[in-house]
Design a protein around this ligand. Structure first.
Ligand SMILES: C[S@@+](CC[C@H](N)C(=O)[O-])C[C@H]1O[C@@H](n2cnc3c(N)ncnc32)[C@H](O)[C@@H]1O
Length: 245
């Protein structure tokens, strides 16, 4: 897993660390990534780790209640004088719960100073792992959340050279059907599950040959490229054995 030097510095200096998770009792993915760096600080109680639950629902009013109460919890610690850090997977500006926390804090607690540390996005990490270039020259790339309105994917697939689909591999078969119609059957696709972990799985093929039945996890992403540059080999499957993937 990848962490910047700046992130490590923050982790070593904070007193309270908030870790977002989707359900009570489920370890935060972000926390599992940074654990090796702060385990000793947790054991010696130099830092207190607190889970914040963000349920995976689309009901806006329920989400707004959750954002408000989670931000209040963060604000309480900040206003008591502690150095507080908030974890997220990848970069905080990209589909991150941090966005909601930052918005709430800046609107309702403007006196709290917030510093944002950039992260390494899941898809750039994936591109390196798969030894794949995302865009070059005049090419255009879109980043699309796969679990929303797929009709918008049609026009994107017509106009973009590369599309990165994030958020929930369970929607990828629907997405592939639309991209095949709107981009090309010949386009290349790479799907990755649990990138950077022991259970990482990367599968590459032409769109028409891609079998998504094995992709079942939320922590999956898919990259579709209109053009084949010779570095994505058809039907190539890379697996790192040993995980639960
Ligand atoms: C809420 S978004 C967070 C994106 C993150 N902020 C980033 O910079 O990549 C979560 C989605 O990112 C993708 N993702 C994040 N980490 C991943 C990983 N290790 N392996 C595969 N996909 C991942 C998946 O599409 C997942 O559903």
């Amino acid at each position: 897993m990848l962490l910047t030097l700046k992130a490590v510095e923050v982790l070593k200096g904070c007193n309270v660390l908030f870790a977002p998770t989707s359900r009570e009792g489920r370890e935060s993915m972000a926390l599992s990534i940074v654990r090796p760096v702060i385990d000793e600080r947790i054991r010696s109680r130099e830092v207190e780790v607190r889970s914040l639950i963000f349920p995976m629902v689309k009901d806006k009013s329920r989400l707004e209640d959750v954002w408000r109460s989670n931000a209040d919890e963060i604000a309480r610690e900040c206003l008591s004088g502690k150095v507080v850090a908030y974890l997220c997977v990848g970069d905080p500006s990209l589909y991150s719960t941090f966005t909601y926390m930052h918005r709430e804090l800046s609107m309702r607690y403007p006196e709290i100073y917030v510093e944002i540390v950039p992260g390494i996005t899941s898809f750039t990490s994936f591109a390196s792992q798969a030894k794949m270039n995302l865009v070059e020259g005049e090419q255009i790339m879109a980043i699309v959340p796969a679990c929303y309105d797929l009709e918008r994917v049609r026009s994107i697939a017509r106009s973009c050279d590369t599309i990165v689909f994030l958020k929930d591999g369970r929607y990828f078969s629907d997405v592939i059907r639309i991209v095949r119609e709107s981009m090309s059957d010949d386009a290349y696709v790479a799907i990755a599950q649990d990138v950077g972990s022991e259970g990482e799985i990367i599968t590459m093929s032409r769109l028409r040959d891609m079998d998504v039945s094995a992709v079942s996890k939320y922590f999956s992403m898919m990259v579709v490229k209109r053009e084949h540059q010779g570095y994505m080999q058809s039907s190539r499957v890379c697996r790192v054995e040993g995980g639960d993937g």
